[in-house]
Design a protein around this ligand. Structure first.
Ligand code: CUA
Length: 256
């Protein structure tokens, strides 16, 4: 391969430009104290997704896009509302699109993006991630429900302010177990939790095991000990106390 004189010059110019770019970035940080964007997870209110009610027809939703879900996953507002949508992400770039509307935002680490949208009529909208963000990208979705104002504001229709959620479920959710393990029959990243308890399970070494309390406990605190056949040794050890592990097991046993 021969490199002509012209190509050499073009390469040299490219290298100079790359060096200048990094040079200016370093100068900006060191001399002018320009902050480079970092992840926003330490900044409230973008640590978790939430809905803020400003008035009966004005809402603010803080979406946190993370691998691989949107928080909050379910949002309900009355028809006629104006919704201010903010989105950020603590991990990688995601996209947020509300199918059938003009709402289309990127979720970029270190950045909060914003759009305002009005919902004149009751309708159920799907929110999906439209930027490839890894293995679970295609499952990254949420729902935004626009309901009749009468339904929304009637006391008997509104859900109780504190929803009784099983403590074991909440642990599985907050410890990110459900990012890979499904509560339903579908499973791709990790074995599904559905109907698992009591079953005879084939392991990757060819042996079998009955899924009981002891197996579940071992699989939570020492995930690589006994791998379900067909799955890789990729599960991180969750940060959980003995009591939390027991609560998770009690919940897993209920998933028929
Ligand atoms: Cu998040 Cu694709």
């Amino acid at each position: 391969m021969t490199v002509t004189q012209l190509e050499k010059r073009v390469l040299a110019v490219a290298v100079v430009f790359v060096l200048l770019l990094f040079g200016f970035a370093a100068l900006a940080v060191n001399q002018f104290h320009v902050g480079l964007p970092t992840c926003l997870t330490s900044v409230k209110p973008f640590q978790k997704g939430e809905v803020i009610t400003h008035s009966p027809n004005h809402y603010e939703v803080h979406y946190v896009a993370r691998m691989w879900r949107f928080e909050p996953e379910q949002v309900t507002v009355p028809a006629g509302s104006t919704v201010d949508v903010y989105v950020s992400t603590p991990d990688v770039t995601h996209g947020l699109i509300l199918v059938g509307t003009d709402l289309n935002l990127m979720a970029v680490p270190g950045v909060v993006n914003y759009a305002r949208i009005k919902f004149p009529r009751p309708q159920v909208y799907q929110m999906i991630c439209h930027e490839y963000c890894g293995l679970g990208h295609d499952r990254m979705a949420a729902t935004l429900r626009v309901v009749d104002p009468a339904t929304y504001h009637s006391p008997e229709a509104s859900p109780p302010s504190v929803v009784a959620v099983d403590v074991g479920y909440r642990l599985l959710d907050t410890k990110q177990c459900l990012s890979c393990h499904s509560l339903h029959a579908d499973a791709d990243l990790a074995p599904s939790f559905k109907g698992m308890y009591g079953r005879t399970q084939k392991l990757s070494d060819g042996s079998t095991v009955t899924i009981d309390d002891a197996y579940l406990r071992e699989s939570i605190v020492h995930p690589s000990a006994k791998l379900v056949n067909g799955y890789d040794d990729v599960m991180p050890v969750p940060d959980a106390t003995n009591e939390e592990v027991e609560q998770m097991i009690q919940y897993l046993k209920t998933l028929k």
